[in-house]
Design a protein around this ligand. Structure first.
Ligand code: ZN
Length: 89
């Protein structure tokens, strides 16, 4: 990550595009259960730190990293963090 990259803190909707590239569908409506604090909330409501190449999706309750999405060339990589469950309600 270059120092001059501006990083913005947004909500999970801003990561929808990157997540779409991984899953091939919109997963922001799925409920993510944090493995750290047990909080359950739609991914759209998570805190996302976004820059040009990565989206770090954090639990809104305890700020643990649920997952990170990294853009690599034409591909994209999903790194799981404290995400315990993904639930469609
Ligand atoms: Zn949490």
């Amino acid at each position: 990550m270059r120092a001059e990259n501006a990083q913005s803190v947004v909500d999970g909707n801003a990561a929808a595009g990157l997540l779409w590239d991984v899953f091939g569908t919109d997963v922001t409506t799925l409920v993510g259960v944090c493995g750290g604090c047990g909080s359950a909330a739609p991914l759209a409501e998570a805190v996302v730190e976004l820059d040009e190449v990565a989206a770090i999706v954090r639990c809104r309750t305890c700020t643990h990293t649920l997952l990170t999405v990294l853009r690599q060339g034409d591909g994209v990589r999903l790194v799981l963090g404290m995400l315990g469950e993904l639930v469609r309600e």
